[in-house]
Design a protein around this ligand. Structure first.
Ligand code: DC
Length: 223
């Protein structure tokens, strides 16, 4: 809440591996506001569709899936799919390799955008994603867009996956990030794009703490 008592939204967009989610979590904690990981929501839809063997082209089945899907987050911000924590599964390469296809579906985007708006209107929050500043909350009080050199992003993501015990090569991770950027930026519906009024932060050579500080400096008036 601001000093005047209004809820506010911080939109944090950018490609995969730019450090958005780690930054957003710390900013949320520091400001005492809610963090919403919108990428986790698209990953969850993808996981459920893959589990059910549903091709993205099957519109009616996807509609049914969305109707029966309840997403939530636990206290640690881990995704709950119909009440069950499936955090580690949504982060694996199988979901990463398919999410850009499912998240481009208009029905999926409409359902997720609706939920994100409902959550964002109820409380002050920071949302990270691809289209938060352009589509979900075009009137967000603060908008940031993170960019990072692709190799640096791939190294970070590769390390994270290895730490989780996933068997991947650096080349696979690099190719996945590049392909997701390409698909996410070129889709017709809500593409990855910097909002005209977003502040760009290049995170290639700066630490997470410095990324956090840059955001807090801009938002300082409400802290
Ligand atoms: O942030 P992430 O890498 O976990 O996001 C996973 C995918 O979800 C990403 O490839 C694009 C999609 N996404 C999206 O289309 N819109 C958002 N607001 C957030 C994520």
């Amino acid at each position: 809440m601001t000093k005047s008592g209004e809820n506010f939204v911080i939109a944090l967009d950018g490609g995969s591996g730019t450090g958005k989610s780690t930054t957003a979590k710390i900013v949320a904690k520091t400001l005492g506001i809610t963090y919403l990981d919108t990428g986790a929501m698209y990953r969850a839809v993808t996981l459920v569709a893959l589990d059910a063997g549903l091709p993205a082209e099957d519109g009616p089945a996807m509609d049914q899936l969305l109707e029966n899907l309840t997403l939530g987050f636990d206290a640690e911000n881990h995704i709950l799919i119909n009440g069950v924590s499936r955090e580690s599964e949504i982060r694996g390469m199988k979901v990463s390799s398919n999410v850009s296809i499912y998240c481009a579906l208009p029905s999926v985007r409409a359902a997720m955008t609706k939920q994100q708006r409902e959550i964002g209107k109820r409380q002050s929050c920071i949302l990270d994603g691809r289209d938060i500043g352009t589509v979900v909350f075009p009137d967000a009080k603060y908008k940031f867009f993170m960019v990072t050199d692709l190799n640096v992003r791939a190294e970070r993501r590769y390390k994270e996956l290895l730490e989780k015990g996933e068997k991947v090569t650096y080349e696979e991770v690099l190719a996945n990030l590049a392909e997701r950027d390409r698909l996410d930026s070129s889709r017709a519906n809500a593409p990855l794009k910097k909002a005209d009024d977003a502040i760009e932060i290049d995170t290639t050579h700066i630490s997470i703490q410095q990324q956090v500080q840059k955001i807090l400096d801009y938002v300082g008036v409400v802290a």
